[in-house]
Design a protein around this ligand. Sequence first.
Ligand code: DAH
Length: 339
Amino acid sequence: MEYNLKELRKKIIADKKDYESFKKTYLGTDGFVKKALDNIKDIPKEEKASYGKEINDIKQLCIDILEKKRVGVTQKNNEKIDPTAPFDINTAKDKRPEILDLKGSKHPIHKEVERFIEIFKSMGFDVMESRQLDDDYHMFESLNFPKGHPARDMYDTFWTEDNFVLPAHTSTMQNRAMKEFGPPPIRAVLPGRCFRNEATDASHEHTFYQIEGVYVDEGISVGNMQATIKAFLEAYLEKELEVRIQPSFFPFTEPDCEFVIGCPFCSKAGCSVCGHSGWIELMGCGMIHPNVLSQAGIDPEKYSGFAWGFGVDRLTMIKLGIDDIRYLRDSNLNFLKQF
Ligand code: DAH
């Protein structure tokens, strides 16, 4: 065994795999670190402690190498591109640079949305895409924001001159989904593009994607909400997660929660993904407010339900190790070719 761990360490240091396959090979659910850990039962009692410590060191080594690879992805994206054609347009086809023959491919956001939807479908959810131009009723009224209510300021977005709105979140679709898929039981996910009046930075964009979820039936509780969101996140991140909810504020839920997971990258030790806090706030959620159910013609005395809305870009960034949201809208080929 002693010998094996030494070999494993050498293999890890020499391994040039990219971020995702490196992570899968060593830290995945069937990865080498997990296998080495499973072997601990065969180790003689007196050697167990040092064997365990060595595995922990190896795990940390993998985390450190992964962090370097993440930074590498970002640095590559900063490389300047030369937009001039480095060949004469009349050059014979077989002598032209390879890039001209590249076929188009799906954008990483698109691929991840497909993955999210596949998971939710496997959990029995219906799907309806949100609109990119909506109205005051769906943006606010149907979600329990009366006219003139100060909570409307939380969602500063763009309006057309004739009073249509570019939705600031996919919650605009809750009312439509409940009418479309009702009467309960209702299980629906609502992916869509959202817009906010933002000064952009590494974690804020004026245009981004969300996936809303609504679940309504008799006797639905916060426990159902927590279990459903956890099951989805574990399927997506391919890890068992520690989760918690903490208080927040939204006019359209009661109680209003923030869904938080223990950082799956550093096992809560603190790293750049979780801002060294050990925890990552992933989405707003809560029990659907009775007024919101009534607006959709559902009797809140009989039914209850939960809803959530998460940022597709944010979850994608966490999974793929992208540290600036603006790359996702840049159309930079050097960036896109990596996915
Ligand atoms: N729409 C909220 C936002 O973008 C997120 C959210 C919170 C959605 C709670 C929900 C919910 O469905 O129940 O800030």
